[in-house]
Design a protein around this ligand. Structure first.
Ligand code: GRF
Length: 197
């Protein structure tokens, strides 16, 4: 399977996936890292691991449709079978969604449908979870649809929230778990144990 990973930040999930593919733990190749902007940590990881990367920053295009088309054509040219959004903050465009229907998954750091949707990313998710007094949170891997965090849920992993938990400790706890969980779920997708359609 030929995989593209999309990232917008530090790229710890990308790093974890890339290492697992290189080690042969996931029988697949990460063909490219797509970054939504320059100078993000994920790009450094790609460079260190000799994985090709490309920045597709919507701000560099006069219309979002041009950005969507350029990105779609780039991925079609690479014969990509699966796209993993790993900390990717841009909304997927309609071209990409239709050409890669049932081939795009996202990891989200909460138990969807709770604490998802537009504007719910990064620390905002964990702050909202703590403020709501939740007893547990976790990670959701889901199919990507036209709406933020609304696609079919494929897998979830729970973490318990301690009485003295802060959003910072929760974020760290979830990130540590997520770095492993994304590998487990992508492996299941590659082995067709989780079916995308
Ligand atoms: C992850 O927690 C992911 O679920 C969320 O953003 C974070 C990205 O982390 N959407 P990283 O860039 O993979 O380190």
């Amino acid at each position: 399977m030929r995989i593209a990973v999309f990232a917008s930040g530090a790229g710890s999930n990308f790093l974890s996936l890339a290492r697992s593919c290189i080690a042969g733990d996931i029988p697949a190749e990460i063909v490219t890292l797509v970054a939504s902007k320059e100078s993000i940590g994920a790009l450094e990881h790609a460079k260190d691991l000799n994985i090709s990367s490309q920045v597709f920053d919507p701000k560099q295009y006069s219309h979002l449709s041009e950005w969507d088309l350029a990105l779609t054509n780039y991925l079609l040219g690479l014969d990509i079978d699966l796209i993993v959004l790993a900390g990717y903050l841009k909304k997927i465009g309609p071209q990409l969604l239709s050409k890669f229907a049932n081939k795009i998954v996202n990891t989200h750091p909460s138990l969807l449908p709770k604490f998802g949707g537009h504007g719910m990313y990064g620390s905002k998710v964990h702050k909202a979870v703590i403020e709501a007094g939740e007893k547990e949170s976790g990670i959701t891997v889901h199919k990507v649809s036209a709406e933020y965090d609304k696609g079919q849920i494929l897998a979830q992993s729970k973490v318990f929230i301690d009485a003295d938990e802060t959003w910072e400790t929760l974020e760290q706890k979830i990130k540590t778990r997520e770095n492993k969980f994304i590998v487990e779920v992508v492996l299941q997708i590659v082995k067709r144990e989780i079916k995308l359609c």
